[in-house]
Write a protein that binds this ligand. Sequence first.
Ligand code: GDP
Ligand code: MG
Length: 423
Amino acid sequence: MLTSIVGINWGDEGKGRMVDLLSADYDVVVRYQGGNNAGHTVINEKGKFVLNLMPSGVLRDTVVNVMGNGMVIDLKHLCGEIERLTEAGVSVSEKNLKISDKAVICMPYNVLQDCMEENRLADKKFGSTRRGIGPIYGDKYLKKALRMGELFNMDKMKARLKDILEWKNLTVKAYGEEPVKYEDMVAYLEEFGGKLKKYVCDVGLYLNSAANEGKKIMFEAQLGALRDIDFGIYPYTSSSSTISAYAPIGAGIPNHKLDEAIGIMKAYSTCVGEGPFTAEYFGDKAEALRKAGGEYGAATGRPRRVGPFDVVASKYGCRMQAANYVALTKLDVLSYLKEIEVCVGYELNGKVIDEFPFTDALDDCKPVFKTLPGWNCDISSCRKSSDLPKEAYDYIKFIEKAVGCKIKYVSVGASREEYLVMD
Ligand code: GDP
Ligand code: MG
């Protein structure tokens, strides 16, 4: 059984908490793209965790966690994450963590490059997390990146590093910065790569056998459909493929097909960073929603942009993710509202459209809102759909119909048990 858990919106839909919940029935959890720009928050009996690189299955003792070839790995950051987990009593060993030999290493000079460029762009910046993700994916496709498997042959790796640095420093110098020192980078690879080497293997081989043996494998995505490099709001996207179709490739088993995709969709909209965000709220309305949802980035602490649920964007997200069904998250956040707005269409050149347009057109789109009655009471203790106030039930059903995808799970709080299954 191969299942992907993917974001329907702009990210931060609550994928981490749903992976933590649903991984109870799974043997393996795989991250297949992205890097430590991810921030997946999980709250369970072990405590509160924000995972950046580590698959969210690490909090279950029975799950094997895999970091796939589609990922870009900041070695120092991963070492820190493993240390923090270990301190919190979560064991990490070769038994429950496997890192693809083909995963790419995000180097300190990639982080530097990300910062130099965001600073140069100043008020035209992209809202990058400044963690080197864009630059290292660029290097990967330019074939100027180092991979985890190279750590086993340091002599060869060092020779490649030397060539890459010669090239990279042309850029660094052009920004007026000090060139990156070869010795520093060798020391970095030896120290942090050395610690991680024991986890590195051909994960494709492992996953292929696991899949053939009928093990249950879950693929955990970072970000959402609208941040996918091809199908998102380019250039305000991430630099990787966040869609479920990429999961078997980024994991290392392109010879296998997904059995199902579960879309994680938020009961309202949030977006971190720049780019068009049609249904955005501003002022007091925004502040109230941001506060109610605690919408500050898990990876960066940045206040997230917020707005009501966006039918146009979410319907597109469900299609791009090939979602078989949806988990609607953070419904409890809307409990403070007497009336709830939903963006049901975009007005473009005097016409109302309901299909997500090409990114450029989004600049001219105005949201069309519909107002639904709120429930205006605490729903965090609801554990089945019949516990929900009628208005909350109707809100779920309205959204389900509008996006054309079954809503199976609804979460009403951040903790593992705070959810219900729809009838
Ligand atoms: P991810 O990146 O998709 O894993 O999501 P994030 O962890 O960045 O953001 C989701 C945030 O919402 C986290 O702070 C979660 O603890 C919190 N959260 C998740 N589900 C719920 C929910 O049902 N209700 C509330 N109130 N908070 C939730
Ligand atoms: Mg997040």
